[in-house]
Design a protein around this ligand. Structure first.
Ligand SMILES: [Fe+2]
Ligand SMILES: [Fe+2]
Length: 269
């Protein structure tokens, strides 16, 4: 039986939920809200990949973990789709249309990947993404980051990031069981991260222009994100996941990560 628990939180968001998790840091806020906007497309794609992959896996425990992984991701994207609707309704008409165009582009790409790419490619994409979110979770689950957000965003992100840590081994194990080629994992994983971040940063730029400064160029958003995510450890941790020795099982978790997860009722192994 899997040790991963599928939880169904009951978040209630008012129609005026703040668009920015931390009004004092619009740049960081827009990046996280942009992340939220990618998830109703990315996470269903991960679920489709896990469903196809499960047919190739004999190990019963791994199959159970893949099922629980999909159960968690399904909850994540449904909750993010709900808060995204509340946020989108508060954007200008132009901002909402720009966001919608990026969402449609991402959905088209992921549908195409499911239909046309190999299972090995889709599994390597999934692990590239999961390694990056595991790195993000370890950087963001601190009092300095999630701790500064308005409660609506803090609760959503703390719950989601804690579950990302909880299921950190699943796509890695599925890739190892079915494909197992290290150079391919790194090559497709790096491409996956670049593909995903290209959408996320353009979405963040739409949000920055809509909520903060209409003149913000996309390159400003990219430079801010690179600087911040280098300093907070997300980029170095993501790069370390490209090493042949990487195994999410052996990556230590900080007390902050454990205590923020515990605040959501999640006891991390
Ligand atoms: Fe997720
Ligand atoms: Fe995940």
């Amino acid at each position: 039986m899997s040790t991963i628990t599928v939880r169904r939180p009951d978040f209630a968001w008012p129609s005026d939920v703040p668009v920015l998790p931390d009004a004092g840091d619009p740049s960081r806020s827009c990046e996280l809200v942009a992340l939220s906007f990618t998830l109703p497309y990315l996470e269903p794609y991960l679920i489709r990949t896990m469903r196809a992959a499960a047919k190739e896996v004999d190990d019963e425990l791994l199959r159970a973990e893949m099922k629980a992984f999909s159960g968690q991701e399904a909850q994540h994207y449904q909750q993010h789709a709900r808060i995204n609707d509340v946020v989108r309704a508060q954007l200008s008409e132009r901002g909402a249309a720009a966001m919608r165009a990026l969402e449609d582009g991402l959905e088209d790409d992921y549908r195409r990947y499911t239909d046309e790419r190999s299972l090995a490619f889709n599994l390597a994409y999934a692990e590239g993404f999961e390694a990056m979110t595991f790195a993000l979770a370890r950087s963001a689950m601190t009092g300095d980051d999630v701790g500064r957000f308005v409660p609506e965003w803090a609760n959503l992100l703390a719950w989601h990031l804690a579950e990302e840590v909880e299921h950190r081994t699943v796509t890695f194990d599925a890739y190892e069981a079915i494909v197992g080629r290290y150079p391919y994992r790194v090559a497709v994983g790096a491409m996956a991260q670049a593909h995903f971040l290209r959408y996320l940063l353009r979405m963040a730029a739409v949000l920055r222009r809509d909520t903060t400064d209409p003149a913000t160029p996309t390159r400003r958003v990219v430079v801010d994100a690179l600087r911040r995510n280098w300093t907070n450890g997300t980029i170095p941790r993501t790069l370390r996941a490209h090493l042949p020795s990487y195994d999410p099982r052996t990556v230590p978790l900080s007390d902050d990560v454990r205590s923020i997860a515990a605040s959501q009722g999640i006891d991390l192994r």
